[in-house]
Design a protein around this ligand. Structure first.
Ligand code: SAM
Length: 257
């Protein structure tokens, strides 16, 4: 594998956490998109229990919490992200109903049929879309909702460079109709699917990284791993600019049958 194509997972975890802790979002998305996805969910009350899986520092969770009733548990593998998540929740006075815990999406500690809504923005790829939607389903009440965003192809044919990049980064990337079919097979009614607008990548994900990268490189001057991490992110942003008509993030919303 070439240096250029190095996956983010191969970098030092502490450095990755430090880098992504300095930006509000750890993946593409926006408050508008979170609210649009939420507009398709019609089962929530003050008693509802929502899980935000792979919540990161909670950018999208706080938006969700300010517009949806019920209790939210954010789960992330990285304790540093969860510390920031809980500080964000306290800052907004949401600590009584929004709590972050450290945990893995592969071993969720919920009871069967405990949840009204499973939320996950830009994170299900860590377990794989098909496995995630099928393993998490048991935690939803009948009629409960799943709302996840996932990297997807927009076209059936793609230029070789971007095809290779994604085959290496996340081979489960696929066209939207295929993902919708997987939801049906897993036991969900696909209630809504929409493509996230470009500004979810440019304005909300890549732009805030520019100044974060400068500071990070200054702090870790001479550290090859830090330099590679930043170069990796810059490479990804360049590819997006060139090939954005072929792929992007798509929100998939399904209701448990
Ligand atoms: N949802 C956030 C957002 O949209 O800004 C974060 C998205 S980030 C691309 C993916 C998140 O998944 C990271 O916060 C990462 O720590 C978390 N993650 C990775 N593997 C995980 C696992 N096995 N269990 C729980 N969280 C995981």
């Amino acid at each position: 594998m070439s240096e250029e194509n190095k996956s983010i997972h191969e970098f030092d975890f502490e450095l990755i956490c430090e880098y992504f802790s300095s930006v509000e979002r750890q993946g593409p998305g926006s408050p508008e998109v979170t609210l649009k996805a939420l507009s398709f969910i019609d089962n929530l009350t003050g008693e509802s229990h929502i899980a935000d899986i792979g919540c990161g520092t909670g950018g999208q969770t706080m938006v969700l919490a300010e517009h949806a009733p019920g209790h939210i548990t954010g789960i992330d593998l990285f304790a540093d992200f969860i510390d920031i998540f809980n500080a964000n929740s306290r800052k907004r006075n949401l600590q009584d109903r929004v709590r972050g815990i450290v945990g893995s999406m592969e071993h969720l500690a919920f009871q069967k049929e405990e949840l009204d809504l499973i939320w996950s923005e830009g994170a299900i790829y860590n377990i794989g879309f098909e496995r995630g939607i099928s393993e998490w389903r048991k935690f939803l009440k009948p009629g409960g909702y799943l709302a996840v965003s996932e990297a997807s192809w927009f076209t059936r044919r793609r230029p070789v460079e971007i095809e290779r990049y994604w085959q290496d980064a996340y081979p489960e990337i696929d066209i939207i109709s295929h993902k919708v079919g997987q939801m049906e097979k897993a036991g969900y009614i696909p209630t809504a699917t929409f493509v996230e607008p470009e500004n979810c990548w440019t304005e909300h994900f890549y732009a805030p990284q520019v100044s974060a990268q400068e500071k990070f490189l200054k702090k870790h001057a001479g550290n090859k791993t830090a330099e590679e991490l930043v170069e990796n992110e810059r490479h990804e942003a360049r590819l997006y600019e060139i090939y954005k008509e072929f792929y992007g993030y798509v929100f998939y919303i399904g209701k448990k049958i």
